[in-house]
Design a protein around this ligand. Structure first.
Ligand SMILES: Nc1ncnc2c1ncn2[C@@H]1O[C@H](COP(=O)(O)OP(=O)(O)O)[C@@H](O)[C@H]1O
Ligand SMILES: [Mg+2]
Length: 251
């Protein structure tokens, strides 16, 4: 296995509060890697640091072997590190198809800027159609995004993100506000697409059962620090993790 993402002593302070303290994280290519921890543990901060939305106080971030510490969200996105659903906004005035095609063109631009072969610059429209089928929106592809109800909009957001062809996709509670069934089907959809398309998935998800069932590796944060990392079984058995969840919640 190869490492796609690595943080070294990554630290973020907000005044006297250490939101992330010396976080050392290694994400293996092709895996589903979840980050869990109580509210305020620093999960979102970690994702914000990695995707360039926040600048670290100290420490470094390597992606695909290159140091990306301090790069802007746009630069990071161009490297193939995508964060749904913030970099790739839905344009209300465009149809679902147009939204996804724009994102597919972004992937083409990225490839050409990386001097890949022109052969890989295939038809963005064709790929957009495929993706809309994948996420279950084929029959609504010519409807404007503004007309989409909440659930379909989330599917469209997933489609837009897929179209950018990320190497690593980071999802911060992608199902916030969804019911349990929608949550499970959405997370399963994203994971199936990650498998098919061969990208790595990093996930923050508060539903522990879902996390346990889909993750290869779980990192547990508490008060900004990594207190455990391992397979779901290893994490479940960890006493410090059980204490962090106040001994109550069953992992
Ligand atoms: N921009 C910010 N300014 C000040 N404090 C922040 C900021 N963002 C997050 N925090 C604080 O950092 C801690 C970690 O927050 P966060 O990363 O959002 O936790 P989580 O996502 O695990 O719930 C919290 O105490 C939060 O209040
Ligand atoms: Mg959060």
């Amino acid at each position: 296995m190869s490492t796609i993402l690595e943080t070294e002593n990554l630290t973020k302070r907000f005044g006297s509060l250490t939101a992330n303290g010396d976080v050392n994280l290694t994400v293996e290519s092709g895996t589903t890697h979840s980050v869990i921890g109580p509210n305020g543990a620093g999960k979102s901060t970690l994702f914000n640091l990695i995707t360039g939305l926040l600048e670290p106080t100290s420490g470094s971030i390597r992606f695909n072997g290159e140091d990306i510490t301090g790069e802007s969200p746009h630069e990071v996105a161009r490297r193939g590190l995508a964060r749904s659903f913030q970099i790739t906004d839905v344009f209300d005035g465009l149809t679902a198809f147009e939204n996804v095609r724009v994102a597919a063109q972004f992937a083409d631009d990225r490839r050409s800027s990386m001097w890949r072969s022109a052969d890989s610059l295939t038809d963005a429209g064709g790929r957009a159609t495929e993706i809309l089928e994948d996420v279950g929106l084929a029959d609504r592809s010519h409807q404007r995004a503004a007309e989409f109800a909440y659930g379909d909009r989330r599917k469209l957001e997933i489609g837009i993100t897929m179209a950018t062809e990320p190497d690593l996709l980071m999802l911060d509670e992608p199902t916030a506000g969804m019911g349990r069934e929608d949550t499970i089907s959405t997370v399963q959809l994203v994971q199936r697409l990650a498998d098919e398309r061969g990208f790595t998935l990093m996930l923050i998800e508060h539903d522990i059962e879902i996390v346990m069932s889909i993750s290869d590796t779980i990192t547990v944060l508490q008060r900004g620090e990594v207190i455990a990392e391992g397979t779901p079984d290893e994490v479940r058995a960890d006493e410090e993790v059980q204490r962090a969840y106040l001994g109550g919640a069953q992992l």
